[in-house]
Design a binder for this molecule. Structure first.
Ligand code: TNX
Length: 591
């Protein structure tokens, strides 16, 4: 039967959405059971003393019949799909639902991937995502030309017209097939597949559930190549595990860059062999007087590797020439007066700077950036450049131009806050816009000379802004940012006179002056991160607040099931959410 073309979010006119009727939602997790993980791929009919499991490839007719019967019964028993093919965040480019093509993941499903190490890695990641909740073995095999199987096929196809990150996902009664040109595309397709399964798929323990996938085809690719979030690990230090968990959140929503703000007045967070006191002394402080901390190179490489495995590029930032008090505490020779300032644990900005008139400063910058470049596989080095209030005019631009040359000499592409704009252009330069009114002739001029923009408007994309006056943590200098404010703007036209072609992408920064724990991070990140992710990924034509908030609402039970805390933003029609885990402190504060 030909697929019926629906509206972009897949909603036929007048069709009620389950989120509007929370009572219809029966979370699978309510049925958490202790079913043991099955051993080899079997069906209930094929197990038991009288029905030995035939060796693979030698199934009896009876076993085949039993499998078919079970699948058919499963379909008859299955409740109508709880969500539809279009209930995905970020919204896919194109959705063609076909409810006659639903598929129920059977216990004996296999995952077949193209015989390519990167594709097989994605297949193994998919199996790792699906095994805990299903309890199914989901063996991963390769095939030179994977044919449709009653299972999941991940197919690399160089000839497919899907771009570097796109994918196509087909759900038919034979199973699911994800096709992409690259393993990155397959990985994004897997994130979509995950959201097409019932929320109970997020359960860390086996759950009784019909693992129904809505039938049809999704064809998807991102609007912008750069989609990111920033974590400030300088104002407060966060353990590697916390950062890895943030990486997981990014991956879910198809973000592909993690910007780490590694240095600031309150702490220096990355080990540098040539300047060891940066980490040991400069890293020993944080906002509020806590112990701080720093990443060893091995820690940093762990983050980079974990992110890379999730198709995310780390963008490290060394903020220069301002925001450097912690470096001056460690090495007073870098200070303009050569006197060590006291360690700083407050939240003011703009008072510190490394001496732009001293050659030793450029040795420091070169050593730091060279060591960082050596452990950073991605193309970017972010050099900050914001709020250097005491380094003005030509001294500032001269400093920046020199540092830009150092970055280029290391074979990296320079990124900096948009204050870098008046400095001369260098090849590939990227400016990160963080203004609040979309007007800046100096940035426009830099773009005319070839700079590209990452847009992070303070009043839409800053995740450290409060949602509402009673949000327990966060700032409000750029205004309050509720979910709608985070969602309702357009990165492609936000900065006046900057054409969409010059916009590399979008990033949501999380500054951490008031953020001290993972629960705090999640409170501010979720649910606004998916809003920014959708702006970066989805075609503008899909932009629709009502549709978005319904789809976003569907993420709530997934987070709750996975034990992820989030802000129950009142403008989102959250369905009844299973309370599988005890709410975190942050949740308690905002429920
Ligand atoms: C401005 S945005 C800063 C940061 C602060 C942030 C707090 C930018 C480039 N600089 O130093 O942490 O505001 O919202």
């Amino acid at each position: 039967m030909p697929a019926e073309r629906r509206t972009l979010d897949g909603t036929p006119a007048g069709e009620p959405h389950f989120c509007h009727n929370p009572r219809e939602y029966t979370p699978g997790v309510a049925a958490v059971s202790t079913i043991p993980s099955p051993g080899p791929a079997t069906t209930p009919a094929a197990t038991g003393p009288t029905s030995p499991v035939p060796p693979p490839g030698r199934e009896t007719d009876a076993a085949t019949l039993a499998r078919v019967a079970e699948r058919t019964a499963g379909k008859l028993l299955a409740p109508p799909a709880l969500h539809r093919l279009a209930d995905v965040v970020p919204a896919p480019q194109q959705v063609q639902p076909d409810p006659t093509e639903d598929w129920v993941l059977p216990a004996e499903a296999v995952i077949v991937a193209s015989a390519d190490p990167a594709a097989l890695t994605v297949a193994a990641q998919l199996a790792g995502l699906l095994r805990p909740a299903t309890g199914y073995p989901l063996p991963v095999t390769d095939a030179t030309a994977p044919a449709p199987v009653d299972g999941i096929a991940l197919v690399l196809d160089e000839a497919a017209d899907l771009g570097a990150e796109g994918y196509r996902l087909d759900v038919t009664p034979n199973g699911v097939r994800i096709t992409a040109v690259t393993a990155t595309g397959l990985f994004h397709g897997v994130q979509t597949l995950r959201q097409l399964l019932p929320p109970a798929i997020e359960s860390p323990v086996p759950v009784t559930e019909h693992w129904t996938l809505p039938g049809g085809t999704i064809t998807d690719a991102p609007r912008f190549p750069y989609r990111g979030a920033m974590l400030d690990v300088a104002r407060h230090f966060f353990a590697v595990e916390d950062v890895l968990r943030v990486v997981d959140h990014l991956a879910r929503y198809k973000l592909n860059h993690l910007h780490l703000h590694l240095t600031d007045d309150q702490g220096w967070r990355i080990a540098v062999d040539a300047w060891p006191r940066l980490a040991t002394v400069g890293g020993a402080t944080e906002v509020g007087g806590g112990p701080g901390g720093h990443y060893t190179k091995a820690d940093y490489e762990r983050i980079v590797t974990y992110a890379a495995a999730r198709h995310i590029t780390v963008v490290p930032e060394i903020d220069l020439p301002g925001h450097t008090n912690s470096a001056l505490v460690a090495y007073p020779e870098l200070a303009p007066d050569k006197i060590a300032p006291p360690p700083y644990t407050g939240t003011e900005v703009g008072f510190s700077y490394v001496d732009p008139a001293d050659e030793r400063t450029y040795d420091f910058v070169t050593d730091v950036l060279a060591e960082l470049a050596a452990i950073t596989p991605g193309p970017w080095l972010h050099i900050g450049g914001d709020e250097a209030f005491k380094v003005k005019g030509e001294v500032y631009t001269g400093f920046v131009e020199r540092v830009q040359r150092i970055v280029a000499g290391l074979g990296k592409t320079v990124v900096g806050w948009h204050q870098l704009a008046p400095a001369a252009h260098v090849d590939g330069r990227v400016l990160q816009w963080w203004g609040t009114n979309g007007e800046d002739p100096i940035t426009v001029e830099a773009v005319r000379e070839g700079a590209r923009l990452i847009v992070s408007p303070g009043n839409h994309a800053y995740l450290d802004m409060k949602y509402a006056p009673d949000t327990p943590i966060g700032h409000d200098w750029a205004g309050l940012i509720d979910v709608r404010k985070a969602y309702d703007w357009d990165p492609g036209s936000h900065v006046t006179d900057v054409p969409e072609a010059a916009v590399l992408g979008v990033e949501a920064p999380l500054w951490t002056e008031s953020v001290t724990s993972l629960a705090d991070i999640e409170l501010l990140l979720l649910p606004r991160l998916p809003a920014i992710a959708e702006l970066g990924w989805s075609p503008r034509a899909t932009h629709d607040w009502d549709g978005f908030r319904d789809r976003l609402a569907g993420q709530g039970p997934r987070w709750a099931t996975a034990g992820i805390s989030f802000h129950r933003a009142p403008e989102i029609p959250w369905p009844t959410i299973p309370s599988q885990r005890r709410p975190s402190q942050a949740d308690a504060a905002t429920l």
